[in-house]
Design a protein around this ligand. Sequence first.
Ligand code: CP
Length: 313
Amino acid sequence: MRDFISMKDFTKGEILRILKLAKSLKENPQGNLLGDKIVSSLFFEPSTRTRLSFTSAAYRVGAKVLGFDSPDATSLKKGESLRDTIKMTGAYSDVIVMRHPIDGAARFATEVSNVPIINGGDGANEHPSQTLLDLYTIQEEMGKIENLKIAFVGDLKYGRTVHSLSKALSMFNCEFYFVAPDLIQIPEHILKFLNNRNIKYTLVDDYKDILPEIDVMYMTRIQRERFENLDEYEKVKTVYEIDKNSIVGKCKEEMIILHPLPRVTEINIDLDDTKHALYFKQAANGVPVREAMYAIALGKYHLDEDEMDVEKR
Ligand code: CP
């Protein structure tokens, strides 16, 4: 059994083995892999992709799903604690997927749960399943993860997907550009993490300055819901908006644009039919990646195994 809380809990080898298992499950579906298992899906914050793709992934490996998509429908409304909610849900299921608005909530859940916890996003902290599908998409499209130049653009302060992905990519000798105004620039604790690992990065104001050099452009939404002061949100809400005209012909031919979605105005829909736009394929990759996460969380596969090809088991 294995929890998925932060990308710093995984080695490069473990990440590559998760991606290998996801690829194997995508190519060779295993409809009964977890046929005796029940997944709890506890979403204390809104979600479309993460909740539905974790649900789809469970069905595709034969597991059953229970849970909620709003805390208002639960006894949390009556004052029940997160601790008791997690303890009870663990009694009804074999693994818990949870999204919560408080940084560290998923780590806390591991301390009180007797079943594995998968973090579906905790506040502005981390989103490890998103990172694994981001890496899967990069590997599938670019043929490698190592030695890439990646620009993170937008809300880097509150963007938990950026925090998790930059931690993971620090293991792959990538070079980072953090493109954001000061108000929503990458937090100090992430820069400290990168400094401790001697990772090369540059803070940038205008993506146009680095567009011709990068291999991956990772766009993000400015997260209105996390701003304490909405006047600050108003100042930055449309700071980076890309469209076909601003990208095509001005970047490398093979550059890919990723976005964890949902988007608001930061990517014009006229980019969607260009070869650079990978964000819908990226979201679809969430299903096999999350199938693999269930299999590992529930001990069906172990990350120290040399051979994780399900066809050969
Ligand atoms: N990428 C992502 O976490 O999307 P949702 O908020 O829709 O789950």
